[in-house]
Design a protein around this ligand. Sequence first.
Ligand code: 13P
Ligand code: SF4
Length: 345
Amino acid sequence: MENSVRDILAIKEAMGSRLAILGHHYQSDAVIALTDIQGDSLELARRIGDLDAEHIVFCGVFFMAESAAILRRPGQKIHIPDTNATCPMADMADAGRVEAALNILQADGRTIIPLTYVNSSAAVKGVVGRFGGSVCTSANAATMLAWAMERGDGVLFLPDKHLAMNTANALNIPEGARVILPQGVIDGDPRLFIDPATVADKRLMVWPGYCPIHEKFSVQTVAELRTRNPDIKIVVHPECDPAVVQAADGSGSTTYLINYVTEAPAGSIISIGTEINLVSRLAKRFPDKTIKPLSLSQCDDMAKITTDNLAALLRGIETATPVEVDETIKTPARLALQRMLDACA
Ligand code: 13P
Ligand code: SF4
């Protein structure tokens, strides 16, 4: 057994219920094996409020640890083994630009409710909370988009354009009522170009972000697989392009994908369009089914969490600096997250 794994197991044993290690499904097998709780973004966010542990270690990307730091109880400390594990999609929307966009979209007197995918910074969630909006995950996006639609004249969905459009398709929101906000670059910085005249009749305004990992899956691959094997089932994550989602047999959160494989009969051939760690783990867990990746796509940020940096964190956990969110951001961000947890209780 490697030294890091041995140390992690010994520290877990010594700390007992004072320590909880949470892991997202995209973590490596080596890390997942050392976690106490595994889940998708929604399940992990829900569990924070129930945990009694003093130290909660989040094996995932930074926005997940920040969400935990927003939802934690007083006295609890949230940690992440590598603070550089960020989500490139979350980084595509910053709080300043989100607030500026909301002010432009509401300049004509309309009420625009912002709905942010949980893959966003605490600062963005804070802006969303202040503007009366909420948060969604891939598991509850349809419920939360309907929630937001009921509360205003329109919705600003951010930052994932694909999740927005896939959810709008699921809710039958007419294409003519949606717009992806155009973006350009000025002096090296991304800028949105919002023309009030072209958004005035839209009910769903969409931030132009995307997940680079899920963008790699293509309709061409789906078609090739079906030609090679007419019996194959293809399921994908809703961060994929809408054309891929429409060509697939099903789409949903990481928990949906796990349940789909679990419930499929022995002998099934299933191709999955999501991060490779989860697909490989499912292939190992179900040797009586053929589980393949739609194509090989790894999230390099999720992979920044290793048994070595987890061990390093745990060795110094009593004095480690926890993930903190400034109170001015935390209060409205918690409101935004709580609206989601209440709507999906
Ligand atoms: P879910 O686990 O909520 O489906 O999220 C996928 C993801 O990309 C997390 O970064
Ligand atoms: Fe972000 Fe995509 Fe990685 Fe998830 S898989 S953390 S959405 S870049």
